[in-house]
Design a protein around this ligand. Structure first.
Ligand code: 3PG
Ligand code: MG
Length: 419
């Protein structure tokens, strides 16, 4: 495998798959630039080595071409500012203009392609099929897009001499730019620094954790976290389960959770997890109390009560005072901490104090030598909102990719470089 550290970029055009799928505010300004900041060292490395850079990314999930809402032109100014370098925007990824600009690119220059997902070929899934399309039509459409996906991939590859995959956040997708394109660069493909850093940080935590090792999992649903909970139970000494899934566990134990979120079909699995943790000797922590709201809104009325006695008309939206105290206490002495998912609806200030308490406790443990890895869009957004990002050991740029990697799945974006 080639390494970005030793590769000679002199006179080479490097096409870099970055994950600039960043949140935009109502004025289309980047509201969290974590992913862009993360990619800067890779870009700078190529430029410093005498090469030129073609950046490519997706943004959101557009369903058609040239949907301005999803145009990457919105983020060009932020990339230029953070890179301290001019970035030429092509306005397209497949058209003649992109090809011409790439051909004319000189060492030291940076250009950026338009949102790759403007074309169905990026994902290789047919678009615009009629709702009542027959099975044959579906198969034919799929075949057609797979064929044109080859053309699209070949075109992207033709722009460059070397391919760098630095899009960890999208590494769980087997798309044209994240996986298929690697085949066109058998001798000239490599990871960027984001990829290298992410894989190492997660491998370190999962394979060689300093003990005690605690995972903190928030998030709304048990159903989306079940595989990772099981996987983590093979590794950790203790586990905090919080966020919306708290109430499904409580309901499974027969407690009164009022109008809180409740995945009834998950009750048997929830009870099984509790039993498994016991059998394995893993400490499993839930918040004993909740801060409830009378509706899901920033200005909801609040009521603090035990999770087992939430009255009708109220739903748990954050952990309560006892939960904050318990979690702060148990996080304090950890040596390795993996945090994924806020413990409350932190987007609403009234319901952000639980997540803040978790963040503070992790920062405290980190300052006393723990390794803390924060992952998943929401937890990283929370830590940024609190201004604590530089006080934890590692902020992952991955959401789904991080979870799948921890679950032990092979990520197509990683495999394409390694194979
Ligand atoms: C993400 O933010 O999850 C990545 O950028 C991948 O995007 P996707 O979930 O739309 O594939
Ligand atoms: Mg995603």
């Amino acid at each position: 495998m080639k390494s970005i550290d030793t590769y000679d970029f002199t006179g080479k055009r490097a096409i870099i798959r970055v994950d600039f799928n960043v949140p935009l505010d109502e004025n289309f300004n980047v509201s969290d630039s974590t992913r862009i900041r993360a990619a800067i060292p890779t870009i700078k490395k190529v430029l410093a080595g005498g090469g030129s850079v073609i950046l490519m990314s997706h943004l959101g999930r557009p369903k058609k071409n040239n949907d301005d809402k999803y145009s990457l032109h919105h983020i060009v100014p932020t990339v230029e500012e953070l890179l301290g370098h001019k970035v030429e925007f092509t306005g397209d990824s497949w058209g003649e203009k992109a090809a011409e600009m790439a051909a004319a690119l000189k060492p030291g220059e940076v250009m950026m392609l338009e949102n790759l997902r403007f074309y169905a070929e990026e994902e290789g899934k047919p678009r615009g099929l009629a709702e009542d399309a027959s099975d044959e039509e579906k198969v034919a459409a799929k075949k057609a897009v797979k064929a044109s996906q080859k053309e699209f991939t070949k075109r992207l590859a033709s722009y460059a001499d070397v391919y760098i995959n630095d899009a960890f956040g999208t590494a769980h997708r087997a798309h044209a730019s994240t996986a298929l394109i690697a085949d066109y660069f058998p001798e000239d493909k490599m990871f960027g620094y984001v990829m290298m850093g992410e894989l190492k940080a997660i491998d370190d935590v999962m394979e060689n954790p300093q003990r005690p090792f605690m995972a903190i999992l928030g998030g709304a649903k048990v159903s989306t976290k079940i595989v990772i909970i099981e996987k983590l139970m093979e590794k950790v000494d203790s586990l905090i389960l919080a966020g919306g899934m708290t109430y499904t566990f409580a309901a499974a134990r027969g407690e009164n959770i009022g109008d809180s979120m409740n995945e009834k079909d998950m009750h048997p699995l929830a009870l099984e997890i509790i039993e498994k943790a016991k059998a394995k000797g893993i400490e499993l922590y839930f918040s004993p109390d909740a801060l409830c709201g009378n509706r899901f809104a920033a200005d909801a009325d609040t009521l603090e009560c035990d999770v087992k006695d939430i009255p009708k008309g109220w739903e748990g939206m954050d952990i309560g005072t006892k939960g904050k105290k318990l979690f702060t206490e148990v996080i304090k002495d950890q040596k390795t901490i993996l945090w994924n998912g806020p413990v409350g609806v932190f987007e609403f200030d009234k319901f952000a104090t639980g997540t803040r308490a978790i963040a503070d406790a992790i920062v405290d443990a980190t300052s006393r030598g723990a390794f803390s890895l924060i992952g998943g869009g929401d937890s990283v957004a929370a830590i940024n909102k609190f201004g604590l990002a530089d006080k934890v050991s590692y902020n992952s740029t991955g959401g789904g990719a991080l979870l799948e990697y921890i679950e032990g799945k092979e990520l197509p974006g990683v495999a394409a470089i390694r194979k």
